[in-house]
Design a protein around this ligand. Structure first.
Ligand code: HEC
Ligand code: HEC
Ligand code: HEC
Ligand code: HEC
Length: 192
């Protein structure tokens, strides 16, 4: 994405004010079927992606860091993030047509919400304004069950649900949809 996270949110809030109805996003299976990500045979193993088809990004990314971020991000995106970026890294020739605002170039994860790091009770205690991952999300289970991958990591899939178009705009989990993006998603994990 070209803009940083905060400016993009401000921009989208403005667009939201001017747009009368929220346009529902297409779920990925409507775009690709299931085999963009899964395969029934000869599967490869990736934590967080059952029956993985093996597609992944080969881009080397600069990962997020800041003075206040207290997680330890993996050297490169892992889990479902590695799968997502296989198409969303701006260098997959099959998706050269993708809207550039939907792809992340080599330095664009550095200006996005951190991913590919463990979110556990110890991090919640250090941060002081994060829920414990054993607390409920608003999706029926706990944060750990509903939002984190099998290694207890925050990934692209923590915020986005690629399977369901019923989640709404930008395939976001747990959002309260009004004319603007609400804070419902963020408050599943943050106490702010
Ligand atoms: C864009 C990639 C993508 C596509 C396309 C996709 N999936 Fe998935 N699937 C994932 C990821 C990532 C997970 C693990 C995280 C999760 O459950 O959201 C997953 C998990 C699953 C699971 C196990 C978890 C659960 O919810 O029970 C099933 C079953 C599944 N997918 C079936 C399907 C089927 C059937 C289709 C086609 C209709 C499909 N998927 C299309 C990425 C994808
Ligand atoms: C902490 C939550 C969070 C994480 C993690 C996250 N996103 Fe997002 N993403 C959002 C939100 C919220 C938006 C809506 C735009 C905005 O307000 O910035 C968005 C927007 C997008 C869009 C643009 C959609 C549109 O309709 O304009 C794409 C594509 C996207 N994200 C892909 C990803 C990928 C790929 C990853 C992992 C590398 C990822 N996201 C990780 C929250 C997240
Ligand atoms: C097989 C390729 C592929 C994979 C894998 C993939 N995507 Fe996408 N995704 C696309 C394409 C193509 C679009 C449409 C792009 C456009 O219109 O510019 C898209 C659109 C999106 C959007 C915007 C939806 C909207 O309409 O607002 C989001 C958000 C998104 N993807 C997130 C993810 C996440 C999260 C993952 C991993 C779990 C993922 N994608 C995996 C190809 C993929
Ligand atoms: C799945 C849980 C989860 C969701 C959902 C989530 N976050 Fe986070 N976020 C975290 C964790 C964990 C950290 C790392 C906290 C730390 O370093 O102490 C973090 C860090 C941050 C930071 C601090 C980064 C830094 O450099 O210190 C900000 C700001 C933030 N998130 C904003 C958001 C916003 C805005 C949303 C909604 C669009 C959101 N988060 C959604 C879990 C989440």
């Amino acid at each position: 994405m070209k803009l940083n996270f905060v400016r993009l949110r401000l921009l989208l809030a403005l667009v939201g004010l001017l747009t009368p109805a929220v346009v529902m996003a297409l779920a990925h299976p409507d775009l690709f079927g299931c085999d963009g990500c899964h395969t029934p045979h000869n599967v490869e193993v990736l934590p967080g992606v059952p029956l993985w088809n093996g597609s992944e990004t080969t881009t080397r990314f600069v990962m997020y860091s800041s003075d206040t971020f207290q997680g330890t991000a993996d050297g490169q995106p892992g889990g479902d993030s590695m799968l997502c970026l296989g198409c969303h890294d701006g260098s997959n020739p099959n998706y050269a047509w993708m809207n550039p605002d939907h792809s992340f170039g080599t330095d664009e994860l550095a200006s996005s919400h951190p991913i590919s790091f463990v979110y556990d009770s110890a991090l919640a205690a250090r941060d002081g304004a994060l829920k414990d991952p054993s607390e409920a999300s608003t999706l029926g289970g706990t944060i750990l069950e509903d939002l984190l991958d099998p290694e207890s990591k925050v990934q692209c899939g923590s915020c986005h649900d690629v399977h369901s178009s019923s989640v709404g705009d930008s395939l976001l989990r747990g959002y309260d949809y009004g004319s603007q993006h609400g804070p419902g998603l963020c408050r599943m994990c943050h106490i702010k």
